[in-house]
Design a protein around this ligand. Sequence first.
Ligand code: FES
Length: 106
Amino acid sequence: MPNITFIDAQGESRTVEAETGSTVMETAIRNAIPGIEAECGGACACATCHVYVDDAWTAAVGPAEHMEEDMLDFAFDVRPNSRLSCQIRIRDELDGLVVRTPERQG
Ligand code: FES
């Protein structure tokens, strides 16, 4: 199973196992990762699952789609590597993925 590392705004790192086919957001919720709220449950309708994809992983993860781009406008402190974690589906190639959670959501 792919491993994903979440680093919070204070620099604390947590590495957890993810299921292929699930999303980064679902992995965070299942493992009680702080800093991911996911109020809409993964429908791309709340922007409270915002993460920053580590620069080494942005190409592998790929860009946000149009609907996600629109929703990211509502996220706090959006950067070029911002993504909504409910829209990142786990593939085997993402083993080792590193994402950072923002200081706050929304
Ligand atoms: S969980 Fe609501 S947009 Fe991702």
